[in-house]
Design a protein around this ligand. Structure first.
Ligand code: PEP
Length: 250
């Protein structure tokens, strides 16, 4: 999208121990340079590595985020982390509503919206994930699903500072399958129109990432599609060389 600064984001999921910090260091070094003037880079390691990761990035444009937050600011919620805790670790983004959380933890659009609102309140940018399943796609419901998820998961007051949308077709996550360029173009144009209809000018500037089996070999093609403002990368973000190759496809 013209005038929108692209974002290449990595989601490590439940992978990574202290020994993986070498990869964070290599990515932090690799994203230094002229490209960082134009393209943002973000890694979302597991929460256990959040604070130590941000400490490794003090001299790098690499940003660090978390993979989920609770919808409340604090309290009796054993095992959860709040958006405020993420901010306290210098995390600046949080993924909410990833399809794995929607399926593993039965997260609803309503809950995802509440989590995004909690992120807004803590000044953490929410990366709100949406996307159709294989069955929904087969039934021709893709755009209808995206419309419903955008309406229900994205809070009022969303703008380019507090919100990133990640379109991740569920059937493309971790499968090596990707939609055609035409399908990505159609989905992203549809989401852009929905955002503009609801948020006006602010909707034009909200980044819409594509996610699902992005790798060095297909990054250029996918990120070159109209209204694709970057990528959310799972598996290929675990290795610095692969993540950097995707980043450098810009
Ligand atoms: C993801 O889980 O956000 C993702 C896109 O995974 P992968 O790149 O491994 O398909």
């Amino acid at each position: 999208t013209p005038d929108v600064r692209p974002l290449v984001a990595g989601n490590w999921k439940m992978n990574g121990t202290r020994s993986s910090l070498d990869q964070i260091k290599a990515i932090a070094e690799g994203v230094q340079g002229p490209l960082s003037e134009k393209v943002d880079a973000l890694i979302c390691p597991p929460a256990t590595l959040l604070y130590v990761s941000t400490a490794l990035c003090t001299d790098s444009p690499l940003m660090i985020g978390a993979q989920d937050c609770h919808q409340n600011a604090s309290g009796a919620h054993t095992g959860d982390i709040s958006a405020e805790m993420i901010a306290d670790c210098y995390g600046t983004f949080v993924i909410v509503g990833h399809s794995e959380r929607r399926s593993d933890h039965a997260e609803t659009d309503h809950l995802v919206r509440a989590k995004a609102e909690a992120a807004f309140a803590a000044d953490v940018t929410a990366i709100i994930c949406i996307g159709e399943t294989a069955d929904e796609r087969k039934a021709g419901q893709t755009l209808e699903i995206l419309k419903r998820q955008l309406a229900a998961s994205v809070p009022d007051g969303a703008n380019s500072e507090n919100t990133v949308i990640a379109y991740e077709p569920v059937w493309a996550i971790g499968t090596g399958l990707t939609p055609t360029v035409e399908d990505v173009e159609k989905a992203h144009a549809f989401m852009r129109a929905e955002l503009v209809a609801r948020f006006g000018a602010a909707g034009k500037a909200i980044r819409i990432l594509y996610g699902g089996s992005v790798k060095p070999s297909n990054a250029k093609e996918l990120m070159g599609v109209a209204n694709v403002d970057g990528a959310l990368v799972g598996g290929a973000s675990l290795k610095a060389a692969d993540f950097l190759a995707i980043y450098k496809a810009y």
